[in-house]
Design a protein around this ligand. Sequence first.
Ligand code: NOJ
Length: 516
Amino acid sequence: MPKWLKDAVFYEIYPQSFYDSNGDGIGDLNGIIEKLDYVKGLGCNALWLNPFYDSPFRDAGYDVRDYKKVAPRYGTKEDAERLFKEAHKRGIHVLIDLVPGHTSDEHEWFQESKKAEKNPYSDRYVWTNGAFSGIEGHPYIAGASERDGCYMLNFFAFQPALNYGFGKVTKDWQKSWDDPACQKTREAMKDVMRFWLDLGCDGFRCDMADSLVKDDDDFDKEHVAMIWRDVRAMLDQDYPEAALVSEWSNPRQAIVKGGFHMDFYLDHWNNGYNSLVRDYEPHPKEDRSYFKKGAGGDINRFLDDYINKYNSSRDKGYISFLTSNHDTPRPKRTLTDEELKLFYAFVLTMPGVPFLYYGDEIGMRYLNLPSKEGGFQRTGSRTPMQWDDSRNKGFSTADPEKLYLPVDDAEGAPSVQAMEGKADSLLETTRSLIKLRHEEEDLQADAAFRPLYSRKGQPYIYQRGDLILAINPDGEKKEVIIPEVEGRKIRFSIHEVGLKGPCLTMGSQSFAVLKE
Ligand code: NOJ
């Protein structure tokens, strides 16, 4: 386990929208380099960068055309290398996005694979043996090439699934996970990983990590897990400080079986995450989330899901909570800054390794925008970072109509500059919380965790190492008698908190860290 993860606080950067260093309207790698001091000043000591590879950008770069080339709109391979070096100089580790499950249909491998004549790439993707024989239970494309076959999709229509084989082979065109052709796919992906690790990155966020082997058993995903264990073995041997985080959201499979160091706790499969900040479908106006003031929150809706996941994976790796990401609505969509402070306090003090999505630290809003590059409703969470109150909120010097996406400069739009130095602002509160986490080992990734008090409508009280933490998202003051707090001092608080003997008083929308 790379030691640096213990105290890591990640910052996710969507390269197109972070900072435009050359005035062409789109963010770039040099722009990220220019803002590394900001990231460091925030207290974040690790980055996750969304894909910056050559791509036709029909899924914002998750449709990779060349795994080893930086998209010209972001810069060059040398810029990437410089970014890794500059980050390291500041004590910041950099994870980049690996998209192992599919490529763009413009990738050279696929161009070869779709040819009628047999060639070394014929089996790099999942194909049936006839243009009229489809793929039951999976999305596929028929009749699109000279090759007499249908190909399987991994996500959108232009993202053919790479062939890592099937867990259970039921058709003659399906290859088993251990077929030499599938092993070649796996080796090709490891080669991509080595390329970037050798250039200086510190690991990968692995896109749709659970998707590699098709028709694998649902309970264990044993064969998918085996592929990742093999990747992990490569890292352990040759890059022991490199880290992997999975887009999987099943820690038992991803961490325990697959060997991932971290697994995201995503808003998948109604797993409890949504109950925290996004329980408002179909109407954002009716938010029932735990962190929504007055929603009568019940943290048990989350804990019931989380505790098993935590217990089953805690000795092997870390669960990662995110403030949001490029696929989800920003939490500011329904929550106020006061509500967000408590949510971030939670994200930054629960076990595991936390991830902050760029702009969430200032409460950037979710905008209703037309789709851009396959973003669809995700587009509204991908708008340019709001640095200051100058033109384009300091993101770019380009004409506003030339920007990758419009900047939120409507009334009330926050900016870093407007919040900086204001102690009560969301930005400064986030900074203080991150600082606190770095100062208190008991708040870091692997310190023990135990919920102490979790009644509906009452503060949520939990223990990390020797610290006791309490959150009251409600608008009413709450008093709880809890013997464990007796004799403690308030180490950190948001809003009013009182402590008298075993009686803890949590004011409206408050957070407290209590120390012996
Ligand atoms: C998950 C990524 O986060 C998302 O943005 C992308 O569209 C899909 N995987 C497909 O790669």
